[in-house]
Design a protein around this ligand. Structure first.
Ligand SMILES: Cc1cc2nc3c(=O)[nH]c(=O)nc-3n(C[C@H](O)[C@H](O)[C@H](O)COP(=O)(O)OP(=O)(O)OC[C@H]3O[C@@H](n4cnc5c(N)ncnc54)[C@H](O)[C@@H]3O)c2cc1C
Length: 464
């Protein structure tokens, strides 16, 4: 198997498949003057773009500026698996774990969010290759089947259009010797091309009148009493409201990182599969797929029938977002091996792209809001690898907080409380290394790894 994986990685390009396109939009010029706005959005990923768009949709009279230190979608939003979920809280089980009292309302908000996302995609004619085949959670071990049955019961209790698939039924959907059972949630969920979505949202924001500046980094915030002046390299923006949509870059305020651990996740994209290779795996409904392994894998198809296969969490000292190790082909060999264990019938398929991306991990595994400078500055993040659709919701609640809105949802527990603080360096790095090693080896070797993962779970990270 290692030989097969290494061969498959031989000519891999170390860049995100999604961003590797000739039709990528040109970068907009940087901000080079002192400017004023009614809202400043920092970060050109999904959270920032949705924040700018929803602000203009709700208040067309407001002047909105969005600044991005690099280019739109070069952060996590141009790098994900692109599996879209109706949940705004990292799945129903996670929502139940963190906010059991508000679960019905969170479910309603999730449905409302996805409907709003679809409406904007349609309104602005964004061709982001959306496919609504649903989400499939697959058990890769017989010991996980009972938990999956319980998950299915939960789906039914909250009115999801969800079916339980036994081994024969899951094999009829997707042929993998690893798959023992599955839950298929058929609600409005599936997959998108994330970069096309982000670039389409950039265009929509501009059409709505948002002023977008790329290659413009927020350097510092100065509190002027009733407003904030944001200093960038060659200019500034003064505004009464600032939305920090800086995800795992934890930028904008030095305290963000106390609760957000910037980990990374790794992804591979195959070359397009041939019709006979497609026949060998089935996957006619083209769902987004997650498995139940401790170090989880997720996968989906692209419009031209590549498989996107992700899931190897890693952490570097101080949370460096793009370390050199992630540009080394050898780093992706274990992920390639997991791919061929999942689809041995695809032996001989080559990987075209490999990349990693930053994930804003918190103990809640879902969006939270950090408020600074008397609520004039709000950070929205912490999606923990589940933010393609939840980012729209996170941005909307952040705007409510910035406006001092009394809307019922911005008074729910998720909007008013915070995830647990995480120990600083060097304890953070040490704990992360042990945890990543335990995650990698727990399924095969057990031993001390299970109690360790239990202890980390007791801190709030739901790892086992
Ligand atoms: C490998 C991977 C796989 C994933 N798979 C999925 C999936 O299948 N489904 C799903 O729902 N979610 C997935 N996610 C999560 C999802 O991609 C993110 O939750 C979402 O994109 C977050 O959007 P964001 O705008 O908050 O962050 P980002 O897209 O990271 O945007 C933050 C932006 O802020 C900018 N920035 C940082 N500092 C500054 C500064 N000082 N000044 C100006 N700009 C700044 C950055 O350059 C960046 O562009 C995945 C993430 C990764 C990395």
């Amino acid at each position: 198997m290692p030989g097969i994986s290494n061969l498959a990685l031989r000519d891999v390009a170390m860049k995100p498949f999604w961003l590797d396109r000739p039709d990528a939009p040109l970068a907009l010029p940087p901000l080079e003057e002192d400017s004023k706005a009614d809202l400043l959005v920092v970060g050109g990923g999904f959270t920032g773009l949705w924040g700018a768009i929803q602000s203009r949709q709700a208040h067309p009279e407001r002047d909105v500026i969005l600044i991005e230190k690099d280019e739109v979608a070069t952060g996590a939003s141009g790098r994900p698996g692109g599996v879209v979920s109706t949940s705004v809280m990292h799945g129903l089980s996670n929502a139940l774990r963190i906010f059991p009292r508000d679960i019905a309302e969170l479910e309603r908000l999730g449905k409302e969010n996805i409907a709003g996302m679809m409406a904007t995609i349609e309104q602005f004619g964004i061709d982001c290759h959306a496919e609504w085949g649903g989400e499939l959670t697959v058990a890769i071990d017989s010991a996980h089947i009972e938990a999956l049955r319980q998950e299915h019961q939960l789906h039914l209790r909250y009115g999801h259009n969800s079916v339980f698939l036994d081994e024969a039924a899951v094999q009829a959907e997707i042929r993998s010797p690893r798959y023992k059972a599955a839950v298929w949630s058929k609600d409005a969920s599936g997959t998108v091309h994330p970069a096309l979505l982000a670039w389409g949202l950039k265009r929509a924001a501009i059409e709505l009148g948002v002023r977008v500046f790329e290659h413009t980094e927020l350097v510092s915030l100065i509190d002027q009493g009733d407003r904030i002046t944001a200093m960038t390299g060659r200019g500034s923006v003064t505004s009464p409201r600032v939305l920090l949509a800086t995800n795992a870059f934890v930028a904008g305020h030095k305290h963000i990182k106390h609760r957000v651990v910037p980990v990374r996740d790794r992804v591979l994209a195959t070359e397009p599969l041939t019709p006979s290779q497609m026949d060998s795996i089935g996957w006619k409904h083209r769902q987004g797929v997650y498995d139940t392994r401790t170090q989880m894998n997720y996968m989906r198809l692209t419009r031209d029938n590549r498989i996107i296969f992700g899931g190897r969490l890693a952490y570097s000292f101080c949370g460096t977002p793009f370390p050199a190790v992630d540009r080394d082909t050898a780093t992706y060999a274990p992920l390639a091996q997991a791919f061929f264990e999942t689809f041995p019938q695809l032996e001989g398929v080559r990987f075209a792209n490999a990349w990693s991306g930053p994930i804003d991990l918190t103990t809640r595994m879902a969006v939270h809001f950090q408020r600074y400078h008397g609520d004039k500055v709000v950070y929205a993040g912490g999606y923990s690898g589940f933010g393609v659709s939840a980012s729209r919701f996170g941005a909307r609640i952040a705007l409510d907080i910035l406006d001092g809105s009394q809307a019922p949802e911005s008074r729910l527990e998720f909007a008013t409380t915070m995830p647990t603080r995480v120990p600083p360096e060097p304890f953070r790095w040490l704990g992360a290394q042990i945890t990543m090693y335990a995650l990698d080896t727990a399924d095969r070797q057990g031993g001390w790894r299970r109690p360790w993962l239990k202890a980390i779970s007791a801190m709030g990270f739901p790892l086992n």
